[in-house]
Design a protein around this ligand. Sequence first.
Ligand SMILES: Cc1cc2nc3c(=O)[nH]c(=O)nc-3n(C[C@H](O)[C@H](O)[C@H](O)COP(=O)(O)O)c2cc1C
Length: 186
Amino acid sequence: VELQSLALDRCYRLLNHGPTILVSTSDGRAPNACPIAWCMPIDFDPARFALVISDAHKTYENLQLVPECVLNLPTVEALREVMICGNESGRGGDKLARAGIAHHPSTLVRPPRLDCCVAWIEARVVALPAAEQDFAVVVEVLVAECRPGAMTPEGFLDVEKVRTLHHLGGNRFALPGATVTGVTPE
Ligand SMILES: Cc1cc2nc3c(=O)[nH]c(=O)nc-3n(C[C@H](O)[C@H](O)[C@H](O)COP(=O)(O)O)c2cc1C
């Protein structure tokens, strides 16, 4: 299927509502991925996101080795993959291969795109603060694409179809319920 490409200054709309993402990385040999709940847009142009990633994770080490990643957007259909990736470390070998999590090459970065997701933001690391500085990893978007139909004609994520995972803590997630449209006051 032909993917829909998103204008970089609009790709914040994939993550503006706070879904948990799967961040895929590479150490130059094997791919890896882990769920990150703590991710937020911080700029439109250049499009940038901040992610809180523990330096204890293989993911952090991978970002030091290959400063690129993909922010993969999973939905409730990928809950199994999210839980596997979030409860094992890539240090124990290729987590994706072990769990049979399918992926395919990205267009501009070395880490792969995960097939179980509905949108993919390929990015490069622009700031990887030392862990003791206790601040987020900042990434800049290179390309953003989604499955056809994931966005409404008005250009918003169609959360009636794309049921993203919103982490409540532990093993619990909320799913998007409804949308409302505000009226701009005169
Ligand atoms: C739903 C969910 C959300 C998570 N969010 C974060 C997060 O925002 N930041 C973080 O550092 N770890 C987070 N984790 C933990 C990592 O995903 C987990 O420790 C993972 O196994 C690390 O894998 P790695 O060592 O292969 O990088 C989360 C885990 C789950 C299950």
